[in-house]
Every structure is written in structure tokens, then in C-alpha cells.
Design a protein around this ligand. Sequence first.
Ligand code: HEM
Length: 415
Amino acid sequence: MHLARPAAPFTPEFFQDPYPTYAWLRDNDPVCAVRLPDSGIRVWLISRYEDVRQALADSRYSANLRSADASYTGFVPPFGNLDPPEHTRVRRFSAGAFTVRRLERYGETVARLTQELLAALPENEQVDLLRSFAYPLSISVIAEFLGAPLSDHDDLRRWAEESVSMEEPIRAAGALALQEYARSLVANVRSTPTNGLVAELIAMSDRDGLLTEQEIVDHVTGLIFAGQHNTSDALGNGLLALLNHPRQWQGVQANPGLVDSAVEEMLRYEGSSWTSLIRIPTQNIELHHTVIPRGDLVFLVFGAANRDPQAFIDPEVFDITRSAANHFGFGRGIHYCVGANLAKLQMRTAIASIISQFPAMRLAVPRDAIRYRPALVNRGLRSLPVHTGHRAAPHTSVPGASLVCPAHSSPVSKG
Ligand code: HEM
């Protein structure tokens, strides 16, 4: 039982280390009302694993912000803010592109892009692994996937960060900039067709007329955001966990087959979505003797649920050999992350390649000096300073580029 009251949610101390707060909430206030610092809007935090699991399957929660009483603005991936049957209709358009079978052909592309970035890293020097590796990798991969050049890396990164800012005007401006970028990208692909998801969405929409132009733009906006931002943050957090636990790093080194479970553990221990997107009860919901009023805003705190001792043994321990696949790093249920397979493919390839090519990499600053960005929904580092160490002799293949984690029990599509 945690009795001392730790940092309040949404304070700078909370963003730096939310785990004492999560433990306190789970133990003392599992359905906790707090106010967003910028707007003062009330949001409810649900923090226990079992409560989060049940809420994700509970159709009394809407994901549609139009169901909310308060006017909350926050970035939402395409169809992430829709309810069935609209959600089912729109999700169908891109879900087919993310199946394991469709993604198999991207294994080589991801390995090539990873290899190019690692080849450019200096030996025995200090670099920011986010800027020199994780950001460009995730942007290049999503660009290939969409079939559209995303050349303005720095702008895209900035807009994505702004669109989850804790300050409302910045959030709105970032989301708008991303949307305008996607709008011109869709127009370019329309005039000069390419291979890739954008062209497929346009063709499907022209053929069946089931997706409006605005829905295509929203789709592409969200995929650009989630494809680069969520993935690079998850990669940064995961690499930090590994670098901070040298025995776990050596474990993957000695047994590259552990990379699958290492990625699941990274997503459990510190994934890049600290909460779900907003949920809104469509009727009053009672939980642990507390009534969450209809129309209020709810966050399902994945970061807290993923460290719930009722669900995981020694949850504060980072252990790449545990079976962690039932974490909420990608959510669950009808809004389960559509890009989970693509994200895991990148993470596995990146982690395995870095460890085999820079076996002596280490943090360049003490762990306590690493800073996190305050952000709605996303959890990510400001930078990841590492000392690269020496470069190992080249390998002929990239370990970890396989797609399917044998232990995976999440609802991935195998289509
Ligand atoms: C490691 C990287 C990623 C993480 C941690 C992540 C996390 C999540 C989570 C937790 C959700 C569910 C949110 C909720 O239930 O409220 C979600 C949904 C979603 N993600 Fe991801 N994501 C990642 C990568 C990607 C990628 C690469 C894409 C696409 C290119 C993507 C596209 C989406 C979309 C479209 C949804 C909404 C799904 C729906 O509502 O049906 N994500 N993601």
C-alpha cells in the first residue's frame, strides 16, 4: 500500500517519473478525477489493469469526442475517434494494409533503412540516438509504406510533438499543420500516382465511393503521426530501458531470439502511449463506488495498468524473458493499434541491429539526467545521448527481422 501522496498527474514531476503516482492511484484512487492544466477540463483516470481491460471491451464508452460535454481538443489517429458502425467501415480501409502477410514484404525495406542509418553512425562518439536514428527510421518507414516522400523530417517531427502538447493552442496548430501537409501529399499522389497506401486509399475511394476526400486526408494525417511519433518514442523508451539494464542488453546479445519478448517487455515497461485516447461514457458508469458522469472525459492509463502487480509479477522489474504480450502498449479491442505489426517489425529490426553492430553502446549521461517531454497521451524522451562504442564486424543478415512473435497473444490480424 502506497500512502505518501506522490506528484499530481500532469505536473512536470509526474511526466518525469509517473510510476510512483500510478502505484498510488491503483492503491488509493483507482477512479480518480483530475483537471487538465491548460483548460481546467475534468478527466477521469482509470489505472488498474482489470478495470482498463473491462473498459476497453465496454460499449458504454464512446471514442467519439462529439459525445463529450466539454470541448476537448487532442490529436486522434484516423478512426481512433469513431464508434461502430462508422469505425468498422473506415478502419477496414487501412487495416488490410497492415496484416502480417502484407507486411512481410516490408521486412527487407525496414532492414535496409535500418542498415543505412547505422552505417552513418560514428564509432566511439556521443550521439543523440533519437535524432540520428529513431526519428529518421520511423519517418522513412512510414514514407515507404504510404508511398509518398516525407522529406520535411524536422517539420513533421515538430508538428507531431506540438499536436500532443499540453497547451491547447499549440496542440491545435500542430494538428492543423500535419493535416495541411497530408492534404497536399494526397493531392500530389492523385496527380502523380505511386505505389503505397495513399494511392490504394484513393483508388478504393474512387472505386467504391465509401471514403470521402476529408476521410482520406484524416487517414493519412493520422498514419503520418502515429507511424513516426509513436514508433520513434517507443523505440527511444525501449532502447533506454535496455541501455539502463546491461544484463538485459547482454541477454539479447547472447540470444538474439529474445528480441521478440524484449520488444513486448519494452512496450509493457515503458511504451509510448501512457494512456488511451479519450473515452466518453454514454451513460453514467459506476466503478469502485464512484460514478463517472455521462459525457465526461476518461483516460485509461495504460502506463499504470502495465505495471499493475495484479497482472504482472514484479512489474517494476524490466525483464526481457517474461511473457508480457498481454500489455496494453497497443491498446486492445476494436481500437487495437492498426499499426502494431509494422511498429514491432521496426522495433525488432532496430534493436537487434543496434545490439549486434554496436555491442558496447552505453548511455552517455547518468540515467537521472534523461528528460521526458510532457505530452497528452504520448510518453517520449527529449533526447537519448549515447556513446556508440566500437562497430562490430558486419553481419550478413539482420537478426530479429521476423514478423510474428511466437508468444504473441494480442489480436493481430494474420490475413
Ligand atoms: C510502437 C508504436 C506504436 C504504439 C505504442 C501505438 C499505440 C497505439 C495505441 C495504444 C492505440 C489504441 C488507442 C486507444 O485505444 O485509445 C493505437 C491506435 C492506433 N494506432 Fe498505433 N501505435 C504505434 C504505432 C502505430 C503505427 C506505426 C501506426 C500506423 C502507421 C499506428 C496507427 C494507429 C491507428 C490508426 C490507431 C487507431 C485504431 C482504431 O481506433 O481502430 N500506430 N496505437
